[in-house]
Design a protein around this ligand. Structure first.
Ligand code: BGC
Length: 846
């Protein structure tokens, strides 16, 4: 049986509702495991020496599994992932994972997977390093955009669709990062302490669905530890759960440099160390294997997994690169556009300000740092370089043609402009800051060189660089003289593992600790006209050159006067703000607040234009207090891929009715988030790992908010999103009405379009289990279906709930438990808005 067919059948049985919207099969589908394949694998294995086998379990040249000519195994190429084939030059960028999940459309995820599979085949890629299926736990996680949702069922359903799509093209999908990698700060050291039930109910299921339902070919470990063991060495998780419990037959690979103790990793189930054999090196493993201290059977199992995957996916029988597939691909561009369209979420639309009527608008102002160039993807290994990408500015301009005048201003200076515009006074009274460079890491002794820098403007937002062998430290000193009294922005930026500290009048005001990556930092200080403040910046680069930027600018001078004038002249203004690859990325966390200056920009535009629409790029929620009340509309655009600008323009002007729904809760304030007290690792003794206890347990996101309605509620709930039309739900029925534990329950209802435009609604089915013996969230998402409806049209929806939909994880029995009793089935369009509800009683017997 073709694997894809099997997975779709399973999905239907499992009631993975929306996920089971089939797409057609193609000839490259991987072949399911069979005795013939195992026979072929055994024959290959027999031909390999011990040394050849050990060689196979470590990668090479950053992105390859080694070739083994003795058995006809070609070199196998990998590429990031997860929303574009990034590692082989320029490619198509699709909507980021969180935005794809906002479509609540696993069939779309499948189409994106298929398109990306074709992009991979065009470039000779065997393994695509995606999808990312970690759970959104807190908005600051720098990698949230790569991950789908705070809800495991939605995340798993999207992952299954995406994996099916990729693998249907003869490309191995690699689900990552297994598991509980829910923050980026100190990701290589953080030990996450999670109880068994929480791990099973929240953090594992998306991976479990990928393994059991989509037969994902590879799983990538995360960098962090869980309950004391790195994931590359975590026997209890990667061996006992992934391989034994779930029956995973593919390759479990390390994240890049995530393996530490080679022997422990070898025994715990790591099959492939990437990007090369450092921990599981031949020098370390071969003597132990020869002495019998490590098992050759275990080694054979790892090699078998690599060979089995290569055979199943046809890598031994056809060239992986298909030169007939265009690299710049219009079919895939259309998929990218659809992924952007379906993922945009309209969060606010007061007085129906949207859609804008192009026939009534003569001038529109497009303002903001994220208006141009396009912010199609964020930072880190998921960033995709595109052939061309539509920005908000170009998207709107193309959409309107010559009917409307589109005025554009960045609105805020770029960091480089701030650095270059800032003027300092050196200790000798000249222009600039005194620069002292020390030939050691700690400003010891006399500086080796001394000079004056008019500006500190060498910022290069690099992420991964080679550390300098010869350490140096650089100190800038001097003063800044404010031209007028008021608030001033102090902006600093360096890169990767650089550290620095800025002192103003002797007080440390900004400190950048050593981190794998970093975003620009800022502070606002009140200064008095003509009264100099002393500046000292102590910078320790990780590389042999400076990447430091320092700027001081009056807040009053921050917003471009042109932007204010354009906003005042225009009939409507679009302010495009949010994060970008330098401020939201793999390897570091971001702020809850929008980046510097953006709130002031929104307020400045809103002050002169009543029709101000804000679009935000981000991977999760952000602070809105102070500005959201001042604008009538907010459109969440995530990282929308190369066609984002076009999709945004279509939504703003009504060519497309928004249909995205939040796959995460948008907290009103960070302190309302249930993980607030459990997110940052407390101080820890030197030489030990920082630890974080997931104290909120299973009560994450909407599970928390719906269970504790008297606590502060989210600004925008999980599942929420506006449309230009309206929908209603009716006629809920559940069968069988008298059920017994283990029955598959069918939930049926009608969804109607009661408005005057075509539109799509996402029907969401939540289950509550008030009579369980353990405390359970008031509601949990267990099925959903996206329904497209014409005005006045009604569709009947039937979804099934299997045993697991009613179960919790029983830590006493180490298994899934359904307690007989009363359950409530809720149906609606958001986690906090379920107009239909009915009770269902499940007995031990019927
Ligand atoms: C990331 C992975 C990525 C790998 C290869 C690592 O830093 O965590 O997600 O696939 O690099 O680029």
């Amino acid at each position: 049986m073709r694997l894809k067919t099997l997975s779709l059948t399973l999905l239907a049985c499992l009631g993975a509702s929306g996920a089971a919207q089939a797409a057609s099969s193609t000839s490259s589908d991987p072949v399911a495991d069979s005795p013939a394949i195992e026979h072929r694998v055994d024959a290959m294995l027999d031909k390999l020496t011990l040394a050849q086998k050990v060689d196979l379990i470590g990668g090479e040249d950053n992105m390859f599994i080694r070739a083994e000519p003795a058995i006809g195994l070609p070199r196998l190429r990998m590429s990031d992932g997860p929303f574009g084939v990034r590692s082989v030059g320029t490619s198509t960028a699709y909507m980021a994972g969180v935005g794809l999940a906002a479509s609540w459309d696993p069939a779309l995820a499948r189409r994106v997977g298929e398109a990306m599979g074709r992009d991979a085949r065009a470039r000779g890629v065997n393994f695509l390093l995606g999808p990312g299926a970690n759970i959104h736990r807190a908005p600051q996680n720098g990698r949230n955009m790569e991950y789908y949702s705070e809800d495991p069922f939605l995340a798993g359903s999207m992952a299954v669709g995406f994996i099916d799509g990729i693998q249907s093209q003869g490309v191995v999908a690699t689900i990552k990062h297994f598991v509980a990698n829910n923050s980026e700060y100190d990701r290589r050291h953080l030990d996450t302490l999670i109880d068994e039930r929480t791990l099973r109910e929240i953090y594992l299921p998306a991976f479990e669905m990928a393994v059991k339902d989509a037969h994902v070919g590879a799983v990538m470990s995360s960098y962090n530890l869980v309950n004391g063991d790195y994931l590359s060495e975590n026997h209890a998780i990667s061996h006992d759960i992934l391989k034994q419990d779930w029956g995973f037959k593919g390759i479990f690979m390390s994240d890049w440099g995530a393996a530490h103790d080679g022997v422990k990793a070898f025994d715990a189930g790591l099959d492939l160390e990437m990007p090369s054999a450092e921990a599981m090196s031949p020098q370390r493993l071969l003597p132990l294997l020869k002495d019998g201290k490590l098992s050759q059977d275990v080694l054979n199992d790892k090699v078998r997994r690599i060979l089995r995957t290569a055979v199943r996916f046809g890598f031994l029988d056809r060239p992986q690169q298909d030169l007939s597939i265009p690299l710049f691909n219009l079919d895939n561009d259309a998929v990218a556009l659809q992924s952007a369209r379906e993922g945009l979420v309209l969060l606010k639309n007061a007085h129906h300000v949207l859609p804008l009527d192009a026939s009534k608008i003569r001038t529109i102002a497009v303002i903001g740092p994220n208006a141009f160039p396009a912010i199609s993807s964020a930072g880190g290994s998921s960033h995709v370089d595109t052939f061309e990408a539509q920005s908000v500015l170009t998207g709107i301009t193309h959409q309107l043609g010559d009917k409307v005048r589109v005025l554009y201003s960045r609105g805020l200076p770029s960091p480089d402009e701030v650095f270059k515009q800032s003027s300092f006074v050196s200790p000798t009274g000249g222009k600039g800051l005194l620069r002292q460079t020390f030939a050691n890491a700690d400003f010891q002794g006399k500086p080796g060189t001394t000079s004056t820098d008019e500006h500190v403007d060498q910022w290069k937002p690099e992420l991964w660089t080679t550390p300098a062998t010869q350490r140096q430290s650089i100190r800038w000193s001097g003063s800044f003289v404010p031209a007028h009294s008021g608030k001033y922005l102090f902006l600093t930026a360096a890169a990767s593992l650089d550290t620095y500290r800025l002192l103003v009048d002797g007080n440390p005001v900004i400190t950048q600790p050593q981190r794998e990556g970093q975003a620009p930092l800022y502070v606002t200080l009140d200064l008095v006209a003509g009264k100099p403040v002393s500046i000292r910046l102590d910078y320790k680069p990780d590389v042999s050159y400076s990447r430091m930027g320092l700027g001081v600018i009056a807040l009053d001078d921050l917003i471009s006067p042109d932007a204010r004038k354009m906003a005042a002249m225009a009939d409507a203004a679009v302010v495009a703000v949010g994060f970008d690859p330098t401020s939201e990325s793999e390897a570091f966390d971001r702020t809850f607040q929008l980046p510097w200056g953006q709130e002031a920009l929104i307020e400045a535009v809103a002050a002169v234009n009543k029709k101000t629409i804000v679009t935000v790029n981000s991977g999760d929620a952000y602070a809105t207090d102070g500005w959201l009340d001042q604008v009538p509309a907010l459109l969440q655009s995530w990282y929308p891929g190369q066609e984002g600008g076009r999709a945004i323009a279509e939504v703003l002007f009504g060519a497309h009715t928004p249909e995205g729904k939040l796959p995460v809760s948008f907290d009103r304030e960070w302190k309302d988030n249930p993980t607030h007290d459990f997110y940052d690792a407390p101080p820890h003794p030197a030489g030990t790992n920082p630890t974080v206890k997931y104290g909120e347990g299973v009560f994450l996101g909407y599970r928390w908010y719906t269970t504790y309605p008297h606590k502060p509620q989210p600004l925008f709930a999980f599942g929420y999103g506006l449309s230009y039309t309206t929908f209603s739900f009716s006629k809920l029925s559940v069968s069988p009405a008298v059920a017994k534990v283990g029955d598959t329950i069918t939930v049926s209802f009608d969804v109607s379009n009661t408005g005057s435009r075509d539109g799509a609604e996402v029907a969401q089915v939540y289950v509550g289990d008030p009579s369980a013996r353990v405390a359970r969230p008031a509601r949990e998402l267990k099925a959903f279906r996206k329904v497209r409806l014409k005005p006045g049209q009604t569709k009947h929806v039937s979804l099934t709930l299997d045993r697991r939909a009613f179960a919790y994880y029983d830590v006493g029995k180490h298994g899934w438990q359904v307690d007989p009793g009363r359950f409530t089935i809720y149906v609606g369009d958001a986690s906090n808005h379920t107009p239909l509800a009915t009770d269902l009683t499940m007995g031990k017997t019927r």
